[in-house]
Design a protein around this ligand. Structure first.
Ligand code: SAH
Ligand code: MG
Length: 945
């Protein structure tokens, strides 16, 4: 099975930090002083007059006897200190001796280490090995004082890392360490080492008697104890079963495990690294091969190591541990630790084995984090942080890497705008090209220019998985862009996890399709490393389904694949889950045997919340929940399941085994839908519209702006500046643009976004816009202020519904009587469309036409909790036409999302007011001139071209 090749990569160097080096050299004479610095960080936005809470940054000065160095600026104190230390090292020309030891030096160190481990000094220290040595000194007869080599190899990390300098292969085959230990011991006088049947090491001279006596007295273990453990038979036909280890102070515990494995002596037992959680003491214990060559010099030319298995592999144990194991294995949590001289032990149940097993796959890690093994599923899409439940993708990926002994994943954030400024070819934007991503240049010849990539989305993330030896295994670079870096990281992690999960759940994946699907996920596989590190062992999960198929679907509901006897009970409350909403269910899953009246509950979860539409629960649960309304219960049975999950979920594995083997056995689900939380406005719109409704609104406005040839624009209620930002990317005739909003938070975000866009644009020399000035004002748009007068065009997108209705009317009056733009564009949600948004399935539209809109409408909520009102088409039409008539404007009503001719009209309704007369007398003055606060301004500093 082992086909690994010598990688030739040196193991990771032991990390010596600059501070350590300085400490070694100067000790207490090195004096670090860290100060907090007020400094702008990259998020900063020059000229912004709203005070910002900046993250603290630090600078460190390091005073040495003859030198003072000052670090740069860092977000973390410790980084500043390290940087100062590093500067000092450079300035003083200290030669850093981080060179790896040569193999000869490593040999010497190993010999010295073994000598030390058997010293009296070491015996009295707290170390897992000193515990073992104490225990073997109490062994009776010949073997008193003989320490199994496997124990040395596993419990002393230093020996392992020294061996890596001799042979990097140790990384992938930890048992190779044993050969080197034995070889080193033969160089030590006063030691006996046997490489024969029982590999152990013993110091020839005995320890002083008083020491041994005191050890005997110290021993805390009085009564014999029983420790639950698990046997993993090498034959896959046999079930994994519970065993009990009877431990007593009279016998070395490894001997008891040896007996359990049918072996003569502790030194025939090999021990794996600790498995599962990093802090756990759970390990696999298994037989050392009978015939093995422990002489490392006899390595086969192709790099095959000196420890070869005899007999067939124990696939389950091998999969769990990550290296080859033959014969039966015992999974137990017992041994000496760093914490205490007494033997540590903990029960390990069969259920724990299955939980460790499924915890090796991304989907399993997620299920465990939700404590819902039989219902939850790793979601296929990352939407927002607030909708995510359970461990986050990034954490799952880190956990996965730990499980498979890979390096921590590496994330790089890429900002598409700054990385690759889109080529601009300087010709006019055609209106028809809006929203389409047409590439502007063919062979460098200008064709059409286009808007730069998507408006507000800014970050992409690339994630890399590396082996312990830093070999690249997989790279995943999804195209999706996110406003927040963290979201981009979560998204990239999830893409990779979903792909890996598919790979794990299909035991036999031919290579070609694997490559093809990788492409879709933005994944690049470095196949040689991939197979060595990840798919080295087949997934040995029991993927077989329960083999029964039962009954027929009941007629009143839509059939769901894999589900039988579906019943939905309770009155229809009309409150239903839709895509993007958060549903809350309580459920129980039981194993039932048809006809025998046996029903055994295996999993109960209350108040289980999940986002609908992203595959956060297994498909048939999602489909059934989609047919329910709040307050209803559903019952169904299914035969689709892997027995691993059932064993991982149920506590009594013996009972499960017998039930699973009975005829007519299936899983019964009972689900109560207790709550449905409406999705956020943006999420809801995203689910239904492509491009998103907000993008369509912006494009609608841009189209009018271009057609109007306006040179000045004011955006009423600009929020975080989505329209203004978009305007920087289009070629319009605009020269001056202004945003007004009442919210300092929104304005701050707007200023930052606009600043970064303007900087990127000027850095890349791309200047699509003719805009020369950009100002943000703080204040309410219902007040009169001469600063808002005299603009060609005004926009007010999705703002009026955030005010009270009379304020919205006031805004209309002020805008058209005092500000008097030539054109005013006002958009607001169409309340009638909420029926479609909130039901979100395709049937909703038909339902709307059939069932009389009024009844359905009553159950609809506003799209956003901040909305004070949402108008129907009639209400909006009345407001707009009244306003226009009063101020002598023309008005046209249209919208985006949906269509005017199909019920219930546009999703967003938009009024375009036009003034056809000129302002001969100039602008009207009001009694009070409100001074809008200018909070940010940008002026183009290019010379007039
Ligand atoms: N037009 C933006 C933001 C819409 S959100 C866009 O389309 O993305 C609504 C905005 O209206 C919020 O930023 C809110 O602060 C602002 N707002 C609400 N009442 C306001 C008022 N009286 N004066 C100015 N802005 C107001
Ligand atoms: Mg709104």
């Amino acid at each position: 099975m082992e086909t690994k090749e010598f990688t030739g990569v040196a193991p990771k160097k032991a990390i010596v930090t600059p501070k350590t080096i300085i400490h070694q050299k100067f000790g207490t004479k090195a004096c670090y002083t860290v100060e907090e610095v007020k400094e702008s960080d990259e998020n900063d936005c020059p000229g912004l007059s709203i005070p910002q809470k900046r993250p603290c940054v630090y600078r460190c000065s390091l005073q040495l006897p003859e030198l003072l160095v000052v670090s740069g600026i860092f977000k973390k104190k410790k980084d500043a200190e390290q940087s100062a230390a590093e500067l000092a090292i450079q300035k003083l020309g200290i030669r850093v001796d981080t060179d790896d030891p040569t193999p000869e030096e490593a040999w010497d160190s190993i010999v010295a280490r073994i000598n030390y481990l058997f010293s009296e000094n070491f015996l009295s220290s707290l170390h897992p090995l000193s515990g073992h040595i104490g225990a073997i000194l109490q062994r009776k007869g010949d073997l008193c004082g003989s320490l199994p080599v496997s124990v040395l190899a596993v419990y002393d990390a230093k020996l392992g890392s020294l061996c890596k300098y001799i042979d990097p292969e140790v990384e992938s085959n930890p048992f190779l360490v044993m050969s080197y230990i034995i070889k080193a011991t033969t160089k030590l006088s006063g030691f006996i080492a046997t490489a024969e049947q029982h590999p152990w090491i013993r110091k020839q001279s005995p320890y002083p008697e008083d020491i041994v006596d005191s050890l005997l007295k110290q021993d805390g273990l009085q009564e014999p104890i029983q420790v639950a453990a698990v046997r993993i038979p090498s034959s896959e036909e046999k079930y994994v079963e519970a065993v009990t280890l009877h431990i007593s102070s009279k016998e070395y515990y490894l001997n008891i495990i040896a007996n359990e494995l049918g072996l003569e002596d502790a030194s025939n037992v090999l021990i794996s690294r600790n498995l599962g959680k990093a802090s756990s003491e759970t390990r696999l214990f298994f037989a050392a091969p009978k015939s093995y060559i422990l002489d490392p010099s006899s390595k086969l030319p192709n790099g095959k190591d000196g420890l070869r298995l005899d007999g067939p592999s124990n696939l389950r144990a091998s999969y769990l541990s990550g290296h080859d194991i033959a014969g039966d294995a015992i999974l137990a949590s017992i041994g000496y630790t760093w914490k205490c001289r007494d033997l540590f032990y903990e029960d390990v149940a069969v259920q724990s084995y299955y939980r460790m097993l499924i915890g090796k796959t991304p989907g399993g890690i997620y299920k465990l984090s939700r404590e819902a093994l039989l219902a939850s599923e790793l979601p296929s899409r990352f939407t927002t942080r607030v909708n995510w439940r359970g461990s986050f993708p990034r954490d799952i990926l880190c956990n996965f890497c730990r499980q498979h002994r890979l390096s921590e994943p590496l994330f790089s954030i890429i900002s598409p705008a700054s990385k690759e400024p889109t080529e601009s070819c300087g010709s006019n934007l055609k209106v028809a090209d809006l929203g389409r991503d047409v590439i502007g240049c063919v062979n460098g010849a200008p064709t059409t220019s286009r808007p730069m990539q998507s408006d507000t989305e800014m970050f992409q993330c690339e994630v890399k998985l590396l082996s312990r030896c830093e070999n690249l295994i997989i790279k995943c670079f999804p195209k999706d862009c996110f406003k927040k870096q963290n979201d981009a990281i979560q998204n990239a992690s999830l893409k990779l996890l979903v792909w890996l999960n598919n790979n794990f759940n299909n035991t036999i994946v031919p290579f070609e399709p694997l490559y093809e699907t990788a492409d879709i996920f933005g994944i690049q596989i470095f196949s040689e490393n991939f197979f060595r590190e990840i798919s080295h062992y087949h997934s040995i999960q029991n993927c077989q389904q329960l083999n029964q198929s039962l009954g027929i679907n009941s007629s009143c509901t839509t059939p769901v694949k894999g589900v039988c006897l579906l019943k939905i009970e309770g009155p229809d409350s009309g409150v239903c889950p839709c895509n993007g909403s958060l549903s809350c269910i309580s459920y129980s899953v039981s194993l039932v045997v048809e006809g025998e009246n046996i029903k055994k509950v295996i999993e109960v979860t209350n108040n289980f919340e999940f986002e609908v539409g992203v595959g956060a629960v297994i498909s048939y649960v999602e489909e059934v929940v989609m047919q329910m309304s709040v307050g209803q219960s559903a019952y169904f049975t299914t035969s689709i399941f892997t027995s691993d999950l059932i064993f991982a979920s149920a506590s009594d594995s013996v009972e499960m085994q017998s039930l699973l083997s009975s005829k007519g056995c299936c899983l019964e689900y009972e689900i109560n839908l207790t709550k449905v939380a409406e999705p956020l406005e943006e999420r809801m719109e995203q689910a239904l519209f492509n491009p998103s409704l907000s993008k369509q609104r912006v494009e609608f406005a841009v189209r009018h702006i271009i057609e109007s040839h306006a040179t000045t624009l004011i955006d009423f209620g600009c929020g975080s500046g989505s329209l203004l930002e978009a305007l920087l990317k289009y070629q319009t005739s605009l020269e001056k643009i202004v945003g007004v909003d009442i919210s300092p938070k929104g304005l701050t975000r707007a200023a930052k976004v606009l600043h970064s866009k303007l900087v990127t644009n000027s850095d890349s020399g791309v200047q699509l816009t003719s805009i020369k000035s950009l100002i943000l004002y703080e204040g309410s748009i219902t007040k009169f202020g001469s600063r808002l007068q005299g603009f060609d065009i005004g926009t007010c997108l999705e703002v009026i519904e955030h005010m009270d209705e009379d304020e919205a009317c006031l805004f209309g009056d002020v805008a058209l009587s005092y500000f008097c733009p030539r054109i005013l564009i006002v958009s607001t949600p169409n309340y009638e469309y909420n029926v479609v948004l909130q039901r979100s399935n395709l049937a909703a539209q038909e339902q709307y036409e059939e069932s009389g809109e009024k009844t359905l409408l009553q159950s609809c909520k506003f799209r956003n909790h901040d909305h004070k009102f949402e108008w129907t088409r009639e209400q909006f039409g009345k407001w707009a036409s009244g306003l226009a008539a009063q101020h002598n404007y023309n008005v046209e009503i249209s919208g985006v999302g949906g269509s005017a001719d199909i019920e219930p009209g546009f999703a967003s309704q938009i009024a375009v007011f036009k003034r056809e007369w000129s302002l001969e007398d100039g602008f009207k003055d009001a009694d009070m001139d409100h001074q809008y606060n200018k909070i940010w301004e940008w002026v183009c500093n290019r010379k007039n071209e």
